[in-house]
Design a protein around this ligand. Structure first.
Ligand code: 26M
Length: 809
């Protein structure tokens, strides 16, 4: 059946138009006369998708013919963003589409509003996964991203004066035109049950699961930019098997009871857990993780076996990247498949497993390091626990041999923690079962080696690497900021920078050109007008990220209160007008974070109602921060708040997106801020606060927030205002937390932060100077392209090379 295929989608406006009409008629089942906006949207999406599908088939053929080492990215989260605009850009059909939809009586912008983003992630980790799959395709790396197709994504946030409330996110309510279901590739997943010895076998065992669930995949196309490659992200959805429908109960009229097993099965992919960085040991979450892993590994093995190679080749043809510990049970699952099902010897299976996996760590927060109670593991995954015990025993022997008599070290390194209850430490399993471990920014990787994973780094120094995060310049510059993109393209004499972001350095030559700076400023202003968050001539000061105490939205608020006091004390002074924009979600059960959101809402309302302060200060909180909203806020930002306590933010990626769009950063020496500052230059970055070593020692050196309260009148006034209840109970509770333990040393960094903010005001008063600094930020942020990140992974961790896909014909 080789060489047979459908008519290729046409390239001309006429052919696009014809395809659109035929999709409207034959796939949507409607006519031009009666087409609604949704009909037009669905039809346009299918027409664009068809163009990518054709490239996808050529990609699959080229990959199969080359038989390279494939990259499999395992992630419990993907924040892919809206698909239509990106796919128009990547298939170069934007102009054709705009013309064609006019004949249906709609504008492209109307239809883009119907393009809902799949919110299948919490924050940075999920968006990073999306940027990496974009860049893997762009760099022609044969790759598949595996994830879970949650029915309900990250909750929809509503902001009132009461703070945050949550609504379910039924993102696919109207269907999802970007998805290809692949029911024939469904897999069977077991849970619970018991294990049995196999007569005559040593390590092999039989697992008899007590529950069976089906995993049904669908995939989304992931095109590369400026290349022919189209990879896929394959998402699994849980389904009840036939056995989960109880026919006898159905016949007896017990309809609800008859389907309860199926409902239970389908709950596995029902909802994304909305926790960011804090662990909550729910069995359903562990079930989700194993569901993702079991389906994906079987799919990877299915693909491998299509190529008729032996197990000796597996690790040479497969690398599986674990996005944090969430999919780490894959290490035990691959061992189980190889030993129990494919009957390999333990040592051979272990050698294959270790050479196949690599692990990316995204945190340093101890409370975010995943552990599972042994009793839960034993019930849900009895065979996996046995395998983990065996892995651990052999590993601890190795430790004992290297460090004889060092029992404390053995206890610290064990995959099983004993205190206060026995728990499986997923990060330890991830380090032991992989060939490479990486952090996500230089400082983060260094702190991993020096602190949480220090024992492991001493045992295996070569295993530990850094790969600094990056972001997609297509989504976060070209699509989000078309005005700036056009100016950059004009300034550099071409748009090659979109696939080779270091070329932005060429803008340095224009940083002294007054007319260029003037246009640069005008674009920032126009973006602010579009955002409509505040006076476009005010300094737009943005803090956009998940709410977490370590990120220190509280510190920004103390600064807002200090500004408020200053203005009230001297209303006629020449204040720099600011619009302070916060956006982000708090985990629904994270009360302290929700309290901070309430406080922001309260202060925003109070300032808006104050005629003395409101000409100079406005606080806004647009609700439901997601990728789509980020794309509107980032191009309008003047100032980027990256103010986490040093040593706590692994990398940050919003910091990169904002710098690329010409925002200046005010930030601590944390995560990738350090690398941004090193590149854009210290004189173009507002630095403040203690460093990670000072921060790490503060509490044991007797840190007292009261000492800072006593010593700093402006800080004291801000805290007293909160304590007095001027901003409600939320303000009182936030103040109590800051004057209690102040875990994240907010008060210690306050003075330095305010001084740095005063420096921000001075720079802003000289518009030329500010514009110059802004251009230099963009010019020197080319390193932060996720294309570079992917090339780093490819060269140093995956050891894979690009596989070009030939053009058609
Ligand atoms: C854990 C348990 C139960 C439910 C959810 C979780 C969980 C989910 C997401 C825990 C952590 C999660 O993400 C952590 C995260 O987003 N880390 C961020 O990763 C980014 C990309 O590397 C970095 O830029 C950020 O600094 C880091 O905070």
């Amino acid at each position: 059946r080789q060489g047979i295929g459908p008519r290729r989608p046409g390239k001309t406006a006429d052919e696009f138009q014809q395809d659109l009409l035929s999709n409207l008629f034959y796939r949507r089942g409607t006519t031009v006369e009666s087409a609604s906006a949704r009909d037009a949207y669905e039809t346009l999406s299918l027409t664009v998708r068809d163009r990518l599908a054709e490239r996808r088939s050529r990609t699959a053929a080229a990959h199969f013919a080359t038989n390279p080492r494939w990259v499999y990215y395992l992630s419990a989260e993907y924040l892919l963003g809206a698909q239509l605009e990106q796919n128009l850009l990547y298939s170069d059909t934007g102009d054709l589409a705009a013309e064609a939809v006019k004949t249906l009586g709609f504008s492209l912008e109307d239809l883009e509003e119907l393009d809902i983003e799949p919110g299948l992630g919490n924050g940075g980790l999920g968006r990073l996964a999306a940027c990496l799959v974009d860049s893997m395709a762009t760099r022609d790396i044969p790759a598949v991203g595996y994830g879970i197709r949650y029915d309900f994504g990250i909750f929809h946030q509503i902001i009132t004066e009461e703070g945050q409330t949550e609504r379910p996110d039924d993102w696919a309510f109207h269907g999802n035109p970007w998805e290809f279901p692949a029911p024939d590739d469904r897999q069977t997943v077991g849970f619970y049950g018991h294990t049995e010895p196999i007569p005559g076998a040593q390590t092999r065992k039989r697992w008899v699961p007590g529950e069976i669930v089906l995993g049904e995949p669908s995939h989304m196309l992931v095109p590369g930019y400026g290349t022919e490659t189209v990879n896929i992200v394959r998402l699994w959805r849980a389904r009840g098997s036939e056995a989960s429908f109880d026919l006898s109960r159905f016949s007896a009229g017990q309809y609800a009871e008859a389907v309860q097993e199926a409902v239970r099965a389908e709950n596995i992919s029902k909802v994304l857990y909305p926790d960011d960085s804090t662990e909550l040991g729910r069995e359903l979450r562990l079930k989700q993780q194993y569901f993702l892993v079991s389906c994906s590994l079987r799919d990877i093995i299915r693909r491998f076996r299509l190529r008729n190679e032996g197990w000796a080749e597996f690790a040479d043809k497969t690398v599986i990247q674990l996005n944090d510990t969430h999919p780490t049970i894959a290490i035990a699952e691959l061992m189980r498949l190889l030993v129990d099902e494919y009957e390999l010897e333990w040592d051979e299976a272990w050698s294959i497993t270790r050479r196949t996996f690599a692990y990316t760590c995204h945190t340093l927060l101890p409370e975010a390091l995943e552990t599972w109670p042994v009793h839960m593991f034993e019930r849900l995954l009895p065979r996996h626990l046995e395998i983990i015990y065996l892995i651990n025993m052999l590993f601890l022997k190795e430790v004992e041999a290297r460090f004889p008599g060092d029992h404390d070290r053995v206890r610290r390194m064990s995959i099983i923690g004993e205190e206060p209850e026995r728990r499986v430490r997923m990060a330890h399993l991830a380090v032991v079962g992989t060939e490479a471990v990486n952090g996500v920014a230089e400082l983060h990787s260094k702190l991993l080696r020096e602190t949480v994973l220090n024992d492991f780094a001493e045992l295996w120094p070569a295993k530990f690497q850094n790969v600094t995060n990056g972001v997609s310049p297509r989504r976060f510059v070209k699509i989000a900021n078309p005005r700036l993109s056009d100016l950059i393209t004009e300034g550099l004499g071409g748009d090659d920078w979109l696939g080779d972001l270091e070329r932005l350095a060429g803008l340095e030559a224009l940083a002294g050109d007054a007319s260029f700076l003037e246009r640069w400023r005008a674009i920032k202003r126009a973006n602010k007008v579009d955002l409509a968050a505040g006076d476009p001539d005010s300094l737009t000061d943005v803090m956009i990220k998940r709410f977490h105490e370590y990120k220190r939205q509280q510190l920004k608020l103390l600064h807002v209160i200090a500004m408020y006091h200053r203005i009230r004390a001297d209303p006629s002074a020449d204040w720099v007008p600011r619009t302070v924009l916060f956006a982000g979600k708090a985990a629904p059960a994270y009360h302290a974070a929700k309290e901070i959101i309430r406080l922001i809402a309260m202060i925003a309302a109070r300032i808006a109602a104050d005629p003395v302060v409101s000409p100079y200060l406005k606080v806004v909180f647009p609700e439901n921060y997601n990728v789509t909203l980020a794309e509107r806020i980032i191009p309008a930002a003047d100032l980027s708040e990256q103010i986490s306590l040093a040593g706590k933010e692994a990398s940050g990626t919003g910091n990169m997106k904002l710098a690329l769009n010409g925002a200046l950063t005010i930030g601590t020496l944390d995560g990738a801020n350090i690398e941004i500052r090193a590149r854009v230059g210290a004189e173009n970055f507002f630095l403040f606060g203690m460093d990670a070593y000072q921060a790490a020692n503060a509490h044991q050196q007797g840190y007292s927030p009261w000492a800072y309260y006593e010593a700093d009148g402006e800080l004291r006034a801000a805290l007293d205002t909160l304590r007095a209840g001027t901003f409600g109970e939320a303000g009182q509770r936030v103040a109590a937390s800051l004057l209690g333990r102040d875990e994240y040393l907010t008060l210690a960094d306050f003075r330095s932060y305010v001084e740095s903010q005063d420096e921000v005001d001075r720079a802003w008063r000289d518009p030329q100077r500010w514009a110059r600094m802004s251009v230099l930020n963009t010019a020197h942020s080319g390193f932060f392209s996720s294309d570079r990140t992917v090339s780093d992974y490819a060269a140093r961790i995956w050891r894979v090379a690009p596989v070009p896909v030939p053009k058609e014909g």
